[in-house]
Design a protein around this ligand. Structure first.
Ligand SMILES: [Mn+2]
Length: 354
């Protein structure tokens, strides 16, 4: 699916020598002489094989930072691939790096992991949930391209998200982010907003037991972003234009306050109650927080709330949304930490993969 080109780290390349940024120039080994004809344009692995560079060598050159892989406007941040392979070797080996280059992706979604763990409270570490989900995914046919190694949604994290989002878009695929806590949706939408044309309507569909509108609207942009207030920040900062809350079952007062402030927020019990009607083409993100499910199914999510949905209801709702609307990106956040919760999260991930 992806193509190859010389990495930006390659400062100079002739038939005799190669110079990487910050490293002294070295003689170019005979076996790599065909690289000298490469430009900064994308080429396929087939082109390189015809020139005599074997698949083993191609992979080694990617890992050495001489070649980068990607498509269209962006290359993939290699650090996310190496971190993922080091942490989840079994799952990564099921759809290895060269398959991402040579084979079509069997699903419509390019999945990226983003742990964003709270190291101060290990009981709330959604990174453990992410690890369980990936451990349980082996053999399910849902490939993951990489895991971005960030504990917090820093500026660098947003830049990488922007790159993988552009890459997925240019590949004609939807980007999927596996969290991590709900700040992954905040980070992705902040990154997306940077490249959307001015005036494009950004719509956010939130399937969650909680509204995530906690905290004061007056301080929404000065407080640290948290999984409990990220939606308020997205609205107050103009990152999204509209939020549709589905299945939210906590105190509705903050929802009313947000509406009173003029934010476009609708809270409904199920998807059939969402106003359909004609909508101008915009951008839509669908986010699923696992705590939408009843605690009897997933008792170990970080903030369980009684009276939730069945797994069937969630699966049906996701399918209805994917059929009825154009969904540009998805996120699955706050998975529980047990193997049984991970198995349910895997099914949801499959449904979201389209
Ligand atoms: Mn949430």
């Amino acid at each position: 699916m992806f193509k190859l080109r010389l990495d930006d780290r390659v400062e100079r390349l002739t038939t005799e020598r190669i110079k990487l940024v910050g490293v002294p120039s070295k003689p170019l080994p005979d076996a790599l002489k065909p690289l000298a004809c490469l430009s900064r344009e994308w080429c396929s692995t087939g082109d390189l094989r015809e020139a005599g560079i074997t698949p083993d060598k191609i992979e080694a050159l990617i890992r050495a930072g001489v070649l980068s892989f990607g498509l269209g406007r962006e290359s993939f941040p290699l650090v996310a691939r190496t971190f993922y392979e080091a942490q989840f070797p079994v799952h990564a080996a099921a759809f290895p790096l060269l398959d991402w280059l040579d084979r079509p992706l069997p699903i419509d979604t390019v999945w990226i992991g983003l742990p964003l763990c709270h190291l101060t409270n290990m009981r709330h570490s959604t990174a453990i949930g992410l690890a369980r989900v990936l451990d349980g995914l082996t053999g399910t046919g849902v490939p993951v391209l990489g895991v971005l190694p960030f504990m917090n949604p820093t500026e660098k994290c947003l830049q990488y998200l922007h790159r993988v989002h552009t890459l997925s878009f240019d590949a004609g695929k939807r980007l999927g982010i596996l969290g991590g806590d709900h700040r992954v949706a905040w980070a992705l939408l902040k990154a997306v907003r940077r490249s959307t044309p001015t005036g494009l309507q950004v719509r956010y569909i939130h399937i969650d037991a909680h509204h995530d509108l906690y905290g004061s609207i007056d301080h929404a942009l000065s407080d640290d972003v948290a999984h409990s207030n990220f939606l308020l920040r997205l609205l107050a900062g103009g990152t999204i234009d509209e939020a549709i809350l589905i299945g939210c079952r906590d105190n509705p007062a903050p929802v009313k306050q947000a509406v009173g402030r003029g934010f476009r927020v609708a809270s409904v019990g199920d998807y059939s109650s969402v106003e359909k009607g004609a909508r101008a083409k915009g951008y839509t993100h669908l986010s699923v927080d696992l705590d939408i499910l009843d605690p009897s199914a997933v008792p170990d999510v970080s903030s369980p709330l009684a009276g939730g949905w069945s797994v069937d209801t969630l699966m049906t709702t996701i399918r209805e949304i994917l059929i009825s609307e154009t969904i540009d990106s998805v996120s699955l956040v706050e998975p529980g930490t047990s193997a049984s919760s991970a198995a349910i999260a895997n099914d949801i991930l499959g449904a979201l993969s389209g």
